[in-house]
Ligand binder design. Structure first.
Ligand SMILES: Cc1cc2nc3c(=O)[nH]c(=O)nc-3n(C[C@H](O)[C@H](O)[C@H](O)COP(=O)(O)OP(=O)(O)OC[C@H]3O[C@@H](n4cnc5c(N)ncnc54)[C@H](O)[C@@H]3O)c2cc1C
Length: 386
């Protein structure tokens, strides 16, 4: 067993780290305050190959695996959890899923734009009334012969209001539950009957747009079904198993950033005549953060490695997502405590880490849902899948 990253992976990680330091960090706090999303930055990330992992060269893929994607997302999230999201919205969500289930025409038409970052992607399953219970969704599509007609709405969709092309999950048989779900590729700006609006009341992730879709008879061409009608739940679960990895990588970045900040501050801040780092209770806090971060890192890298080997990885990915998101929330909270009052101030990045970290326990399936998946497999009730 070799825990070292090879030269290529180190290079990829360092490139992402440099990008975060030079292109994101200098203007981040102002952009966060304004809630500013910059589409041209997604294209810049695309041009650097950030969204090319796990995809064939003919569609812009680089031949790099998902471990490379994890390393990049982790580096970006150390600086900004908001700017980790495009890894999921471009590469791990839409592009990988269309590459897995799409027709040759769909792959050629959509994947290159997502990889380049010039076509903004998304995936839409959550609704106002259903989140964890994906199969309980209400949005439906009627077969109108030459096209599908979609009615309903989606909520809490990352990049909805800026999205060019992405994945939509809807029921094509409302009596069949999960077996009645179908995946579609939609183009919201071009398809009549689709509107979107931003959600502007978020606690954090202010540079990552989140919005709602309304479908009032949206016309979707027949050729935009992804996979087969009725196969949508399988497509969705497969997609979530990829996007969960991206979320876990982001959580690792947040946990690592909180640990680094806490260590630095604990060495600098003097109370009772010595740096607070020399007080044993503070050392205990640092140790807890460090252990959770390291354990999560091993889980996340292993899940990525399994995917790169083409091995089943749902069990490990859910474990990684659960451990990393809980580690992120824990680390951000401990870091805030170590900063004392300054942790409570918006002049320091700690409170942003704290706010952003809470999203990680919710997106791509809450911690409870990850526990259900993990326990189902641990108990032998469900098989571990790709
Ligand atoms: C910033 C942000 C970005 C998002 N981006 C997207 C996106 O791009 N696409 C998308 O489709 N969705 C997105 N979401 C939605 C997200 O995936 C859902 O919010 C999430 O799946 C949880 O659903 P819910 O909010 O409806 O909570 P609910 O499902 O209502 O759950 C509420 C609580 O009940 C618990 N619970 C529910 N069922 C069970 C159970 N069986 N056992 C134990 N506990 C249970 C949950 O763990 C949770 O604590 C985003 C959300 C946020 C906050």
């Amino acid at each position: 067993m070799d825990f070292d990253l090879n030269e290529e992976l180190r290079l990829v990680r360092d490139t992402a780290g440099r990008f975060a330091a030079e292109e994101i960090a200098p203007t981040l706090e102002e952009e966060e305050r304004k809630g500013e999303f910059r589409a041209e930055r997604v294209a810049k990330m695309g041009a650097l190959g950030f969204f090319s992992c796990g995809l064939p060269e003919e569609f812009g893929g680089s031949g790099m695996g998902l471990l490379a994607s994890v390393l990049m997302a982790e580096e970006i999230a150390k600086v900004s959890a908001s700017w980790r999201l495009p890894f999921n919205m471009q590469n791990l969500g839409p592009a990988l899923t269309v590459n897995k289930f799409g027709t040759a025409e769909q792959k050629k038409k959509y994947i290159p734009g997502w990889v380049a970052g010039t076509s903004l992607g998304f995936f839409a399953m959550t609704e106002a009334g259903t989140g964890s219970d994906v199969a309980g969704m209400k949005t439906y599509a009627l077969d109108r012969g030459g096209h599908w007609e979609v009615h309903g709405g989606k909520m809490w969709i990352s990049q909805a209001q800026v999205g060019d092309a992405g994945l939509l999950y809807a029921l094509t048989d409302r009596t069949a539950g999960a077996k009645g779900m179908t995946a579609f590729i939609i183009e919201p700006k071009k398809m009549a009957g689709c509107s979107s609006r931003p959600i502007e009341t978020k606690l954090g992730l202010h540079c990552a747009p989140t919005g709602e879709f309304s479908f009032d008879g949206m016309r979707v061409p027949k050729e935009n079904v992804l996979g087969h009608p009725g196969e949508g739940f399988r497509v969705c679960m497969w997609q979530l198993n990829q996007t969960r990895l991206g979320c876990a990588a982001g959580a690792l970045g947040v946990a690592g950033a909180a640990l680094d900040l806490a260590v630095k501050y604990a060495n600098e801040r003097v109370q009772f005549g010595k740096p607070i780092a020399s007080h044993q209770l503070v050392q205990g806090q640092i140790a807890d953060m460090a252990v959770r971060h390291q354990a999560a890192q091993l889980l996340v890298y292993k899940a990525a490695w399994l995917k790169d080997q083409g091995k089943p990885s749902q069990y490990e990915t859910s474990a990684a997502k659960y451990a990393a998101s809980e580690a992120a929330v824990h680390a951000a909270g401990e870091c805030m405590k170590i900063y004392g009052s300054y942790g409570f101030s918006s002049e320091y990045p700690v409170e942003r880490l704290f706010r952003d970290s809470k999203s990680l326990q919710v997106v791509e399936g809450t911690s409870n849902i990850q526990k259900l998946i993990i326990s189902g497999m641990a108990l032998g009730l469900t098989p571990n899948r790709e």
